[in-house]
Design a protein around this ligand. Structure first.
Ligand code: PLP
Length: 401
């Protein structure tokens, strides 16, 4: 099925913005996606017609807010194909991983215990394990930007307490074989956390079939609002884990001597939550499904296939990350140009890309570069965006030559 790109773009008001007088080619979707009208309407509608605090009042607005908020949990659970009790609302992928580090890993940790990651992790899948006191061991990344599975297997050892793996690399677009890795880790009795931040908007997920113990993702990378996310955790883990933040909503009873905890998942949701965030994410998932993840994936793959040779043939440009299985991320460096200067020149041409280390400093180190420029795709991108990028890159090349 081919997408009606014009109809899709018409649903994203921000795409009509002029940038320095130019048409906007928004290619920074791995950082955050733009939001369709239906999500904007859901956020606006919540604040206009239902705004109240959840769970703690009997008045009509509180009932509306609670109903919509809990319906969002059902919607999100259905999208990920798990049960609502296994969906913990968070501020995003980062908070979900920190929750697992603090509440699951830390109490089990002995000195010298390891968390096995890959060399392409986002900092949020490295630093929380260090803060919890674990030794972080990273499996090698090949020159093409693929995970070296033999090295990963060799490092999956008797001290490995947890495997934590990015499903799709934000810097390279590489899709890792997480299902196979989960099977192998489980065969060794090691639980697995999957960082799904860059996956949920691009490929359909069935977390029950995947078998991960934990799965973290962010709403804003999937057409939803910023500052909201989801941690899936298998129910038996959630039941066994202690709470990590204390406050309202996460308790059953409170006394000065001792307190008791609410049932899961509320045990992990202290304080007034981002109610609109949950409602906005549910609307975003409705929108994704109205387009269809298979259609989204096919379209983005076609644009990636169009873009890759066009970028590769620009003299002096080197693509970083050419894995066989990848999604729409094009990271590159250009001879004689610092990535930030390149990004500024592209911006003048209306092309929005991200430049820097993309919160993957060890990966940059692996490739011996300080930074890349990164164009990353969403469903509203087309070959015209790539053409605009290529023209802008030729302009940059002449300036740097
Ligand atoms: N993991 C990956 C692979 C990411 O790309 C990102 C964000 O760029 C994160 C984790 C962190 O997501 P958030 O900042 O929404 O918590």
């Amino acid at each position: 099925m081919t997408l009606d790109l014009a109809a899709i773009r018409a649903q994203f008001p921000i795409l009509a913005e002029k940038i320095h007088g130019k048409r906007l080619a928004y290619l920074d979707n791995a950082a955050t996606t733009q939001k369709p009208e239906s999500v904007l309407r859901a956020l606006d509608g919540y604040y206009r017609h239902a705004n109240s605090n959840v769970h703690r009042a009997v008045h009509e607005l509180a009932a509306r807010a609670t109903t919509q908020y809990e319906a969002a949990r059902d919607r999100i659970a259905a999208f990920l194909k798990v049960t609502r009790e296994e969906i913990v609302f968070t501020r995003g992928t980062t908070e979900g991983i920190n929750l697992v580090a603090r509440s699951f890993l830390q109490p089990r940790l002995q000195p010298g215990d390891e968390v096995l990651v890959s060399g392409m992790e986002h900092h949020s899948n490295i630093v929380p394990w260090q803060l919890a006191g674990a030794k972080v061991v990273a499996a090698r990344v090949t020159d093409e930007g693929e995970l070296d599975l033999d090295d990963w297997r060799a490092k999956l050892g008797p001290r490995t307490r947890l495997v934590a793996i990015v499903q799709v690399s934000n810097s390279l677009g590489t899709v890792n074989p997480v299902a196979e890795m989960i099977r192998e880790a489980h065969a060794r009795g090691v639980p697995v956390l999957v960082d799904g931040a860059q996956a949920v908007a691009h490929e359909a997920q069935d977390l029950r079939a995947l078998g991960a113990d934990f799965y973290a993702c962010s709403a804003h990378k999937a057409y939803g609002p910023t500052g909201f996310g989801v941690l899936f955790a298998r129910r038996e883990h959630l039941e066994a884990m202690p709470p990590w933040h204390g406050g309202g909503d996460m308790i059953r009873t409170v006394a000065f001597e001792a307190s008791t905890w609410n049932e899961v998942p509320y045990k992990f949701e202290a304080g007034t939550p981002d109610i609109a965030g949950a409602i906005g994410l549910a609307a975003a998932l409705d929108w994704i499904e109205s387009v269809g993840l298979d259609a989204i994936h096919a379209h983005e793959s076609a644009v990636l296939d169009y873009a890759t040779p066009r970028l590769a043939e620009i003299p002096g440009l080197r693509l970083i990350g050419t894995a066989r299985h990848k999604v729409g991320v094009l990271s590159f460096v250009m001879d004689g140009a610092h990535a930030h200067d390149l990004g500024s020149i592209l911006d003048q041409q209306g092309v929005a890309v991200r430049t820097g280390h993309h919160c993957t400093m060890p990966l940059m180190e692996r490739f011996g570069i300080p930074a890349t420029a990164r164009a990353s795709l969403a469903v509203y991108n087309g070959t015209d965006d790539i053409d605009q990028l290529v023209v802008a890159l030729h302009t940059a090349r002449r300036l740097f030559a």
